[in-house]
Design a protein around this ligand. Structure first.
Ligand code: PMP
Length: 364
């Protein structure tokens, strides 16, 4: 086929903006201390693992899962205290929820707006879905530049604005009053992505009732269930019934439904793990701040962003010592010389800090 003179090559028929994309990069991490992807480092307790094994053994995997995932949604409503008058849409991770929203809004000329730096999938998915992307730079301390946001809203009249609260990769919470101003100023939707909510003690869930154009995203990925792939969109049903039309049938598999329900019946377990991660975050912040030549940024998430001289070399030297973090140097001018480390177990964090200390000493 490939040799036939009239057959197309990829660059002839794949959209140019897709040809120009680099695929989302996931670093190989076998055998490494993995502190690159904001995962929870703790597994589930043995009793819960036994319960899950039993559920898996009995699951009717020959059948499609419950398409509406009604029982899982009921469990989530209770576990996350979702206001009863708000609708819920489930995605295969919140990535899929972002994609559904972008597809729904992608009329010709429509704009999806976010801040920069932000979670890269906002921009990538805009390209996938063929909706124009506008990124408004944050201030150098990673706070919202409200004037720039309001001017960009005025100019571009975005169909939808994505704001992560706390933000990735910077870790900070934006000012809630500024977010309210943005919600009130925009003619379109504002989606507040609360992926890191459990580590922040703050949420805009209570604001849903006040703002008809506000939607909220959550995910189970950062609380300890990244492997399940379950994300949620919460908001008024007038919006969500439209988005539901784009949700692929059976997008949440039977194992995800069963396991998520089983784990959410024990909210204390995930909560304890989140508390341990927050304690370790404070410890990590203290240790990093004590090292010479490092600028540590405050984090309300399960990772810490820091700036260090020779960031590329430090990243590589850590990798050589079997420690994988995220190198953000070169991804955005505001992230010059910045690395991001996910909070791991106390032992992993100690190994990371010790290695970093040794690398800095060597280069001094
Ligand atoms: N939103 C933000 C802000 C994130 O940082 C991430 C993961 N890096 C996601 C969403 C995606 O989460 P999920 O695993 O639910 O697709």
């Amino acid at each position: 086929m490939g040799d036939m003179p009239n057959s197309y090559t990829p660059d002839q028929i794949i959209r140019p903006e897709i040809l120009a994309l680099s695929a989302y990069h996931v670093s190989p991490a076998t055998g490494m201390i993995k502190l690159d992807a904001m995962e929870n480092p703790y597994t589930l307790p043995a009793v819960l693992r036994d319960e899950i094994a039993q559920l898996a053994a009995e699951a009717p995997v020959n059948r499609y899962p419950d398409a509406s995932a009604a029982s899982l949604i009921a469990t989530l409503r209770e576990a996350l205290a979702i206001p009863p008058d708000m609708a819920v849409l489930l995605g295969n991770g919140s990535d899929e929820v972002i994609q559904i929203i972008a597809m729904a809004m992608a009329r010709p000329g429509a704009v999806l707006m976010s801040v920069e730096p932000a979670f890269v999938m906002f921009r990538m998915i805009a390209t996938f879905a063929r909706i124009d992307y506008v990124g408004v730079p944050l201030n150098s301390d990673f706070s919202l530049n409200l004037d720039a946001m309001l001017a960009a809203i005025e100019k571009h009249q975005p169909a939808v604005i994505f704001l992560a609260y706390p933000n990735n990769p910077t870790g900070n919470l934006f000012d809630a009053k500024m977010i309210s101003r943005i919600i009130e100023a925009t003619p379109g939707l504002v989606v507040v992505d609360e992926a890191y909510h459990v580590f922040a003690d703050k949420s805009l869930m209570g604001e849903l009732a006040r703002h008809p154009n506000l939607l909220l995203m959550r995910t189970l990925s950062k609380v300890g269930l990244a492997g399940l792939r379950l994300g949620l969109l919460i908001g008024r049903s007038e919006w969500l019934v439209q988005m539901e039309k784009l949700r692929l049938p059976y997008n949440v598999g039977i194992m995800t439904q069963l396991i998520a329900k089983a784990v959410l019946r024990h909210p204390d377990i995930l909560l304890q793990q989140a508390t341990a991660i927050k304690t370790e975050r404070a410890e990590m912040n203290r240790r990093l701040s004590a090292l010479a030549g490092i600028q540590v940024f405050h984090s309300d998430a399960n990772f810490i962003l820091f700036r260090i001289n020779e960031a590329n070399q430090v990243f590589q030297a850590l990798k050589q010592r079997g420690i994988l973090i995220k190198n953000l140097n070169g991804t955005h001018p505001l992230l010059k010389d910045c690395l991001r480390v996910t909070i791991g177990t106390p032992d992993e964090n100690t190994q990371f800090c010790t290695a970093l200390h040794a690398i800095i000493d060597r280069s001094a």
